[in-house]
Design a protein around this ligand. Structure first.
Ligand code: SF4
Length: 85
């Protein structure tokens, strides 16, 4: 039987794909990154598209490093722990 809490996240979704509450959390996390340290929008989307197809993405978190991928990808000098971006 699937319980309500089991359907809150999908395996390959990001926080931006989740409920409004999770999107607020994402905005809060991203707001602490200084503008000069932020990835530009095009590169950010490219990184996230790679994460969306990665088997290490579990409920918006990278299983390889434990970070929210949207936060890691938003940092200009951030790196994928598996060198996919
Ligand atoms: S950061 Fe790298 S290893 Fe982690 S989910 Fe994204 S592509 Fe996969």
């Amino acid at each position: 039987m699937i319980e309500a809490t089991d359907t809150r996240f999908c395996k390959n979704c990001l926080l931006m794909d989740q409920a409004e509450e999770d999107q607020k959390d994402l905005k809060k996390y991203l707001s602490v990154i200084r503008d000069e340290d932020k990835t530009d929008e095009k590169l950010y989307e490219e990184r996230l598209n790679i994460c969306r197809t990665c088997d290490k993405l579990i409920e918006a978190t990278c299983e390889a490093c434990g970070c929210y991928v949207e936060f890691r990808a938003a940092i200009k000098h951030g790196k994928c722990p598996k060198k996919k971006w």
